[in-house]
Ligand binder design. Sequence first.
Ligand code: H53
Length: 834
Amino acid sequence: MKKSVAASEKPVKAKEFDKELFKRSVEYNVRTLYRKNLEEADAQQIFQAVSYAIKDRIVENWMETQKAYEKEDPKMVYYMSMEFLMGRALGNNLINLKAYKPVAEALEELGLDLNLIEDQEPDAALGNGGLGRLAACFLDSLATLGYPAYGCGIRYRYGMFKQEIRDGYQVEVPDNWLMNGNPFELRRPEYAKIVKFGGYVSVHTDENGRNVFTQEGYQSVKAVPFDFPIVGYGNGIVNTLRIWDAEPVECFQLDSFDKGDYQKAVEQENLARNIVEVLYPNDNHYAGKELRLKQQYFFISASVQEAVEKYMRKHDDIHKFYEKVTFQLNDTHPTVAIAELMRVLMDDYYLTWEEAWEITTKTCAYTNHTIMAEALEKWPIELFSRLLPRIYQIVEEINRRFILDIQQKYSNVPGVDVQEKIRKMAIIYDGQVKMANMAIVSGYSVNGVARLHTEILEKQELKDFYEMFPERFNNKTNGITQRRFLLHANPLLADWVTAHVGDDWITDLPQISRLKVYADDKKAQQEFMNIKYQNKVRLAKYILEHNGIEVDPRSIFDVQVKRLHEYKRQLLNILHVMHLYNELKEHPELDFYPRTFIFGAKAAAGYRNAKLTIKLINSVADVVNNDPAINGKIKVVFIENYNVSNAEIIFAAADVSEQISTASKEASGTGNMKFMLNGALTLGTMDGANVEIVEEVGEENAFIFGLSAQEVINYENHGGYDPMEIFNNDQDVRKVLMQLINGTFAPGDPELFRPLYNSLLNTQCTAKADTYFILKDFKSYAEAQKRVEAAYRDEDNWAKSAILNVSCSGKFTSDRTIQQYVDEIWHLDKVVLK
Ligand code: H53
């Protein structure tokens, strides 16, 4: 680790919280914002007033931090991401200011409940799932560790849709999160940038004999940044998440009519309005929409321009740009940053190709988050070159030179088919621009997000690239912030942990391993189970209020919350619930430990099988929950609108964490880590970070089942799996599959779930069947579920395992992940405030 650059070695202590001052400022804010006093203000107004009072405190630290950065001139990381799934800010800011408890007390003295005030804040849902939430955790860790960083993204007017369940179906409702204004953001018009789309490129030679490329006949949009403070924990550091809004370059001008470019003014207005309108609700799936590419270039061009200008405000030699700046590309979505940086360096700063290339390749680093083929972005040349003509020229040249490199390297190597290499690795091939290939070729680092995932990249998916650039590849196993997902989400457990091992875990999670000595302690076990019980009561209350379903907090809370995707296999889970229900119906005398199966998941709006799986879960819930014959032993709950805020309540209450993806498909997972931190036991496949979780906690404290990643890959490559064989031989499987098409769960429409049935069996042989090996893993999953039940009956032992899960979760803090990015990729220096 490099040493910090500031003079003072000791981090500042958080300023003492002045309760009276805070109370006065809340009252003052209500008065000036709404011309009301506290008694007259409604809950939303109080939320705003409280947030503005907190923002005042943050702004002071924000200015101090930025002043220190200005003075120390440290290297900065720009974390470029289409998604930042921030969730709510108020509670998190209070936690990180170390002001949560005093503020709660101050508000209580005013007759107000901080929890209810927090509930007034809409989630900033500028992301879909894992990738966006990871970005948010990384920002928290960067600020807490004192590393200079910017998050760069888009200020979508509508974030991730709100999910309503009507008649068991998902209905998408727009998320107007800015409706009441956002108290924490700051508009920064002074940093606005112009972004150009379309037109054509003209070339002329200037007086120095240089080719000058000019984009002409384009449309442009003004990118206006909004800054969000990212508060470090207890260290006074406040970094910035900079998200870009779009505005028309010029408003309508009357003389537009005279000039005849009224049409153009209208188009620019529309472009600006559309570009940041909405987040694409696809997770792990690329839809190839033109507007999406516009969004990508829009925020990237603005961010790259700003990074270069900021650098040039302090330095005069652009050649050393990479010494002060690094761009981390969060998946392929921001990959146009490579060509945009080349463009700025060559066209605006007149560097040669070679000079620009050296800077770019030393600045850009890429994180791969998936091996799912449908998630890899490939843009049709026609679209890409029409929208970004200058950028396309640059990509073509990167590609041309790279193909020469391939030829040079492999032409004389016996046994290597150079054309095959080019086919697999070229950036432009088959009429498409392949963004992942560009990111690998043009950067200094390529990382996967869990050990297994990185191994699969190196040995299979990106094998040819790994062979060519082995030094670029590295692993950074994901992590999560314990400040949000334990300290804020689970105050009872957080206090209990602190009472036993002190509070160092808040900024040094591996310290939580000191809890291990309590795993066998009967008193600790009881206390732990009691806390879990109270958290289950809290969740049961939420479920009753939101779903109208009564669940028993003494039952096992078995939870699968994550995006709905076939590879995540919610279908396996619900088929198994159907199977248990069958067993109970057939053997009412069965000694069955009551179980509550809890699901939460949003499906992409156009993803048919995913949406039908939601309907199936709700249909099964309707039948099972209302069948007196099973005496309430199984309950099925689908939590509407799973998001960061309700996730906090859900993780805290879970006994069992369902991590059941088809091995090799889940790059890492991060929900798995949040469950572990809150003392749930993992029921999972050896996939993604599950492998490392089990390695930390021991296989005896988890329930592992199913095919290994290598077995899955072997079947995929060589065939040999026939789901029909299982259907014909396994009566349990056969029965639940028949129930998909005989109306057991859809009495009015027996054909309703046929597409799910077909996806598993495909009797028509028109497509591959059971691509995600659900039937193949069914039996071993059911057996693992039996082990769960048996284990839960031994309460002491369960408590021991749960405590061990908490105490072995140290590795999975995003503080560790960020420190590894810093040490091995970014090479930043810590800044400590004086
Ligand atoms: O990224 C998470 C992983 C998870 C992976 C997810 C992800 C997205 O949410 C969206 C696109 C994408 O390529 C990958 O599915 O396994 O934990 C953070 O790395």
